[in-house]
Design a protein around this ligand. Structure first.
Ligand code: UD1
Length: 345
């Protein structure tokens, strides 16, 4: 029996594939490579020293997806695939609603058709919008404030309806906080296309000399140093959370929601300082305007995942920065400098 990983070539997907393979699980990856590189999958196989089937296709291609389910005995699906750029989602909302919702409904319909009822869904702390409590517990009110976040929220609601409609479903919704870092090998990591939107890849590109300085979006928030505070979590810790969640679904039916975060927040200035230490470089920055839609602080209460999954994040900020830096230095152009993806492995 195998685990189907959608979006397995992406940042979180690729790190999760490594952990699954290392645990001896069989995997199958479906990815349309719309915002990722097949090279990432070659490197996953290299790190884990194991080959696995890869299908380069879109989840909305129902016939192609059926073929995957026909060719393999799938026990569960981890669904990472989706569009994720907040700014782009504001400009192109229909693209986001179409792609994220249609691909997920097609996936769930196909799972039902083939009698596969275990699903882990990549959600995001972004569904909390402007949170009414800090740290944030899973019971907090949700209310995403941009189209990208609303697609995550709508999918969560759809999955809740699905789980209520048929007790055969076992579904976990994982709300990620801010994933950063890279695999310790330096072979896989985050490879944003174009200008990075998120803080850590931006800092890394300033450190390596690709970008001039970090614009710190606001220093007048109600936080210790006035800059935004987030719950950064090492991507390998996050990946391991998926393995623990698969184990949980062996025992528990119904739908479960977990925050995957560390429970500890760091400010923008603390992240810059930590990255300076990890890289040995000076990172120039300037204070800029607040970014529209940003909140001052956002960090998880991960107690439910700690207790029910027996999982907690163990990698600290030094390791997050050191691993992100190793990846950045070894791959200054991301995956682009490497040879094109050739054959499914
Ligand atoms: C962002 C998205 C969120 C998504 C998450 C993970 C927005 C409004 N939110 O969250 O929906 O789930 O990424 O991909 O885009 N910062 C700077 N300078 C920069 C970049 C960021 O000061 O150049 C600050 C931000 O103001 C924030 C912190 O760094 O305080 C983290 O920002 P970012 O990495 O973009 O993550 P989020 O805003 O938490």
């Amino acid at each position: 029996m195998a685990i189907l990983v959608t979006g397995g070539a992406g940042y979180i997907g690729s790190h999760t594939c490594v952990e699954l393979l290392r645990e001896g699980r069989d995997i199958i990856v479906v990815d349309n490579l719309s915002n990722s590189h097949g090279e990432a999958l070659d490197r996953v196989a290299e790190i884990a020293n194991r080959a696995f089937p890869v299908y380069i296709q879109d989840l909305m291609d129902r016939e192609a997806l059926r073929k995957v389910f026909r060719e393999h005995r799938i026990e569960a699906v981890i669904h990472f695939a989706g569009l994720k750029a907040v700014g782009e989602s504001v400009q192109l909302p229909l693209k986001y609603y179409h792609q994220n919702l249609m691909s997920t409904t097609t996936l769930c319909e196909t799972m039902e058709e083939f009698g596969v009822y275990r699903l882990l869904f990549s959600s995001s702390a972004t569904v909390y919008g402007m949170p009414d409590q800090m740290p944030i517990r899973e019971e907090a009110a949700i209310g995403a404030i941009n189209p990208y976040g609303r697609t995550k929220q709508m999918i969560e609601q759809m999955l809740q309806d699905l789980a209520s409609s048929d007790p055969k479903w076992r579904i976990a919704i994982l709300r990620y906080f801010n994933p950063v870092g890279a695999h310790e090998s330096g072979r896989i990591g985050e490879d944003p296309s174009g200008m990075p939107n998120n803080l850590l890849p931006y800092i890394a590109q300033v450190a390596v000399g690709k970008l001039k300085e970090v614009a710190v979006y606001g220093n007048d928030y109600d936080t210790a140093d006035g800059t935004g505070v987030r719950d950064y979590i090492h991507v390998v810790d996050l990946a391991q959370g998926h393995l623990k969640t698969l184990d949980k679904l062996d025992q528990a039916d119904g739908l479960h929601i977990y925050n995957l975060g560390t429970g500890r927040g760091y400010s923008v200035l603390e992240m810059i300082k930590a990255f300076e230490q990890a890289s040995g470089r000076t990172i120039p920055y300037r204070i800029a305007e607040r970014r529209p839609g940003d909140i001052g602080a956002c960090f998880a209460d991960p107690a439910k995942a700690n207790l029910e999954l027996g999982w907690s994040a163990v990698r600290g900020i030094e390791e997050m920065c050191a691993d992100a830096w190793r990846w950045q230095v070894a791959n200054p152009r991301g995956y682009a400098g490497s040879v094109a993806y050739a054959e499914p492995i």
